[in-house]
Design a protein around this ligand. Structure first.
Ligand code: ZN
Length: 242
């Protein structure tokens, strides 16, 4: 990713505990830590590497608001915005760095990766609730180390595919902003299912105070304000396991 800079002496912002001069490798590692806590990484294909002009680096998948760099390192490009000295991602997508101009941009995710297949387990965020479907923005496909993709788009969980038992109301199972794990039922209109035990909400925020909710029996409880909410929970809720 940020590796291969021609300005070896340039310093990057490090986490507090790593506040010292480090080697090139350590620098890259530290940068990775600082940058985008909510993304994971993916090894680009050979073709993608050529297209993106990235060496051994990883593709960095980011979500809106993620800090992707500081102005000491790069200049903000397309798909980014500046706040104080930090460059943030303005959209969901993949970080692209032009090494010559040192401009960092975010290439938005707009299409489905061709490799999404029926039966794949995907990770995504609930971006909307309709009467009969929950809209999901797919962020990653499980497998080969949680690969993430350049191109993602809106998928949907139909009310009949939320859980094994009857689902009366979608808003009792999901909330906008929830991170879910789901299985791909078909790729024509990207229908997903969360009916299995491991599938469902992986992470949710309190609708009252936005704190991350913790699992309490089969419900969620807010550690800050005590609010209790219902979700179609994944058995892996809160574990970080995908
Ligand atoms: Zn709360």
């Amino acid at each position: 990713m940020i590796k291969g800079s021609s300005e070896e002496s340039e310093s990057v912002r490090l986490p507090e505990k790593m506040d010292q001069k480090v080697t090139e490798e350590k620098r890259v590692e530290a940068t990775r830590v600082v940058k985008a806590p909510r993304r994971s990484s993916v090894k680009p294909s050979k073709k993608e590497k050529e297209e993106e002009n990235m060496d051994e680096g990883e593709m960095v998948f980011v979500m809106p608001g993620d800090i992707i760099a500081t102005t000491e390192e790069f200049s903000p490009g397309v798909g980014t915005f500046l706040h104080v000295a930090d460059i943030h991602a303005a959209s969901t997508g993949v970080v692209k760095i032009n090494k010559k101009s040192r401009i960092i941009s975010v290439v938005p995710s707009t299409k489905y990766p061709p490799s999404i297949a029926v039966g794949n387990i995907v990770i995504g965020a609930i971006i909307g609730l309709r009467e009969s479907v929950a809209l999901v923005e797919i962020a990653a496909i499980k497998g080969e180390g949680e690969r993430e993709f350049k191109k993602v788009g809106t998928a949907a969980v139909h009310v009949s595919n939320v859980k094994d038992s009857y689902c009366k109301r979608l808003d009792e199972e999901f909330a906008v902003g929830d991170i879910i794990k789901a299985k791909v039922l078909n790729t024509e209109n990207m229908r997903l299912s969360t009916a299995e035990k491991e599938l469902g909400v992986m992470k949710a925020q309190c609708s009252n105070c936005r704190a991350v909710m913790v699992k309490d029996d089969n419900k969620l409880k807010c550690p800050e304000c005590g609010r209790v909410e219902r979700r179609k929970l994944s058995s892996d809720y809160g574990t970080g396991i995908v």
